[in-house]
Design a binder for this molecule. Sequence first.
Ligand SMILES: [Zn+2]
Length: 164
Amino acid sequence: MSRIITLGNELLKNQSEIVTEFDKKIGEYTENMFGLLVRYNGIGLASVQIGDLIQVFVVSIPKDKPRVFINPEIIETSLEQDVYEEGCLSIPGINADVTRPSYVKIQAWNTRGRPFTLQAEGLLARVIQHEFDHLKGCLFIDRLHPDKKERLLNLYNKKNQKGK
Ligand SMILES: [Zn+2]
């Protein structure tokens, strides 16, 4: 099983590439990602977090089916915004309130290479936007005020030094 890469790994800052081949492998690949979500007790994971710069992310939130998004585009967002405390498997131990649109409409492909659109609100919209950001090389801390981001980075570095 793959390992999840963490803050400090430069890969996390990179843009992911479009997926062009939809064969059996992509299904097995996303199954592996869902396995990691269970193991790490997460609700969303992007490919870049396991070191692959491809436009794939998976979402699994309570009371909803597991969802795969390949080559996603967010085609609509609401003006209305929500504040919600986010975390990230690639920045363990750090949480912060992030403001994002409360509704999104997303277009993506499934593992069989078929396109779909989905309208999401609440937690689903939140996780979709967080994971979509990963494909652009953006982390949730990048969406915070620079002062706040710096405080969190210092905290993260302190915590990580203690662990060593
Ligand atoms: Zn994340």
